[in-house]
Design a protein around this ligand. Sequence first.
Ligand SMILES: [Zn+2]
Length: 59
Amino acid sequence: MKVKAYYSAHPADPQVYHDDDECPAGRDIPWWNKRPGTDDRPRCQHCIEIEAHRPAYSG
Ligand SMILES: [Zn+2]
């Protein structure tokens, strides 16, 4: 599901932000590296695709 934007503070991680809790890349970020917000980064490609392929909820 959609969550508030967050990103990894680790310099070796992709310099993107995530906004979906189903994102595999986002799930790989340990809590101690997670930061809230977008940090002016582009959106993660996984998060874009997850949302694009998610069926619209009718309820
Ligand atoms: Zn992501």
